[in-house]
Design a protein around this ligand. Structure first.
Ligand SMILES: [Zn+2]
Length: 159
């Protein structure tokens, strides 16, 4: 992750699952402008602009606002929609869902389960096994490459 973010953001943690409740003014101070715009103002990044759109390293994607684990690279797929897409979150604490009827559409908004950052939307046209497509703004994702130990673990499982 970006070191600047970590220094400025006291709630960022990949291990603490306590819910984060900050007022908007506090978020504004600790988040970079582009992250704040998507996470707190429910903005949408332009399609095809995310560095994670065409990116298939092995590792874990965390919430860029609070560090909550959201998705693992195994569940990422090429959706062609212009935003990083996944078919399953890490666990049931990763995501919260709410109906979104803005822009005259019926969609389901997905937010970070820890800090309620807006992440994107989930659609039901994804691949097996879930049939879901989590369409996520890359700017609110923070990627960490799998450590060697994890890789070995995965390799052992396959044998
Ligand atoms: Zn979060």
């Amino acid at each position: 992750m970006n070191d600047d973010i970590q220094k400025k953001n006291p709630v960022y943690s990949k291990t603490d699952s306590t819910k984060v409740n900050l007022i908007e003014e506090e978020w504004k101070q600790i988040l970079p402008e582009d992250v704040y715009y998507v996470a707190r103002m429910k903005g949408t990044e332009r399609p095809w602009t995310s560095k994670f759109e065409d990116f298939f390293e092995t590792g874990t994607y965390y919430c860029a606002a609070c560090g909550n684990p959201l998705f693992i690279s195994d569940t990422k797929f090429e959706s062609g929609c212009g935003w990083p897409s996944f078919y399953k979150p890490v666990n049931d604490k990763s995501i919260i869902y709410s109906p979104d009827h803005s822009h005259g559409m019926k969609r389901t908004e997905v937010q970070c389960g820890r800090c309620e950052a807006h992440l994107g939307h989930v659609f039901d046209d994804g691949p097996a096994p879930t049939g879901l497509r989590y369409c996520i703004n890359g700017v609110v994702l923070d990627f960490e490459k799998a450590k060697d130990a994890n890789k070995k673990f995965e390799e052992n499982k396959k044998e």
